[in-house]
Design a protein around this ligand. Sequence first.
Ligand SMILES: [Zn+2]
Length: 98
Amino acid sequence: MMSIMANCTCRCTCGLTFDPPEDQKWWQPAVDWEPSTEVRTVVRYGEPPTYRRAVRVDGGWMERGVSVDGTGRPGVIPWERVGHCWAGGTHPVVAVQA
Ligand SMILES: [Zn+2]
């Protein structure tokens, strides 16, 4: 008998889900266009903004938060990279208030 994993939640190695939220707007940066400039800050869905968030800056986005601060000078990353995590996954992102 083969066992089949039903209702797989398919989490990434980093602990976040790959599934987008159902109750709020989200983007998949690898494939979706960058949001309008009203959106200043985004987080990977499920990740606390205090831990890591991406803030819009000139020429791209910059990661901020306790997991980023103190690791040296953060670089500017392009929108397409905003959903990428350290484990190599690509996650949906949601807007947060800065
Ligand atoms: Zn991940």
